[in-house]
Design a protein around this ligand. Sequence first.
Ligand code: DMJ
Length: 632
Amino acid sequence: MGSANKTPLLILLLFSDLFICQILSEGVTKEEAKHLRDEVRKMFYHAFGGYMKHAFPHDELKPLSCEGEDTLGGYALTLIDSLDTLALLGDRESFSASVEWIGKNLRFDINKTVSVFETTIRILGGLLSAHLIASDYNTMEKPFLLYASYHILILSQVAGMRIPSYEDELLHLAEDLARRMLPAFDTPTGIPFGSITSTAGGGTLTLEFGMLSRLTNDPIFEEVTKNAVLGLWARRSRINLVGAHIDVFSGEWTQKDAGIGTSIDSFYEYLLKAYILFGDEEYLFIFQEAYRAAMLYLHNDPWYVEVNMNSATLVWPLFNSLQAFWPGLQVLAGDIEPAIKTHAAFFSVWKRYGFTPEGFNLATFKVQQGQKSYPLRPELIESTYWLYKATRNPRFLDAGRDMLASLQYAARCTCGYCHISDVEFHQQEDHMESFFLAETVKYLWLLFDLAAGPDNLVENGPYPYIFSTEGHLLPATPQVSLVSEHCSYLGAYCRSSNLRQETFFSEAARDSAATNISESLTNTDAKILSLSDSRKSRSSGLIKGYCPGLTPAQRYGISYVASDDSPGEELSSTEPDTVVQNASTALVVSNQSSDSPASDADDDHKPREDQRAPQLDDETSQIVNVTSKEEV
Ligand code: DMJ
């Protein structure tokens, strides 16, 4: 391509850089942080109170008409999704009353068709998290002080939410719910059935089901969800990318666009978090390979694009709002520098419209047709919290203040907070997704509480908490996270005669990751654990599920299923670098049709015709130059 052809995109990228640089920091003081935290608290109660008054026990609130609607089986979804936010805010009364009501009234023996993914992350995750908080003997009902002889203060303990009368009701409900979902995993690939199964839908179950295995001493939950992850990873492309949708019976990809947002996002998230929570380094190994490929093929600094999973050719030059969780994940991985740049780019979109639209076209720098809404999503706020926690740079507080102001100004409505149907005109829509209370408000509150001088379970609790993709708090207690302890109660699953050695390696690798994670929170130069270190210490994992559709190598996730794709679409396995060349290559933009049917896939992962990004040109296939990182 001649240099003249590069000019338009180059100008766009320069423009985007200028655009980002114009965001000025005004500085949030500690006093102001306290006020902002209190404002977020009021925001929570406006929405939660509206739900309880007008919608409960329906799933979600219609905040304009002040009515309820059942969107996920009619299981009081918003109440369950809000439980650990209530606990975090220190609202003992509402937390106890809600746990009690759920224990007495919730039943799952009703015939309903529900999404395995949404039910897992919202209901199962909400129940488990609340169970762990309500039964936690390491946090006390009231903070207390211990004194040694000589009256020297030795310990003060964070206030928790243990409910003395609680008798594991939520755990029993969680187990019942998960058992009802187990048949969905009975597929030849081990990837759970869905009318359309997205990669995120099949790969975002391990934290909740794994936690349940540890709490019930029944390995089946962990086994089936790990199998699903291995089943997906076994079908990755030769360049370690995964597609967006898969046929769980044939194992063929039905949507081959690889990306970090829609349909794939939390697949990456749960690889790293499952490792951090459970210490199973097989997840770490897969995460490292997957992350490296994402940074090589999807990262178009500071943005991320969607490419064909086999050839790495560009298919969508699009920012989608689900991508905004990525900088937060990079903080956990210790890769902070690119996280800061990407956050600034994503936040520039928010500043331009007051919200992030579902889709923003990176070629035209305009809101994507058909993707103009902002359904109260948490992702950018989540990343802002993690980046503030890692860097303590006040610019992230300024960003949080701006996002709070947008929500208060444009989304607050009669009985709660409304979706914005068009970010350009700020039209309100009559919906309030339960994740607004589970995540959006939670991360905003955590951000300002951290700045105000934190007084909450997450920052001061007795163990680190891992956030599920729905923002639910899962404590990394020793019982949950030590491999050796898993073995002692998973009994039969510790089959290896070489257990001592495996355990030693796992813990060593995990310690190293823990160090890495804590360093990442203070050291902006921290880098992800090196692949070679992980390979040296890699064990075969402790829990291996039975997966009849796969060969042993595929079962363990170290091989992949050869694709039937035409040779033209495949990269040569021996020369992967000849195609991608550090993201500075001419990328093919093809009008390949997305061959996925549009129907009732998980909401966030549903392929919608009106949401498909237009191509850069009407030609069926054309070459577009994406300027090199150096040139930009
Ligand atoms: C939530 O349900 C979860 O964060 C999920 O991973 C993605 N979609 C919503 C929030 O946008």
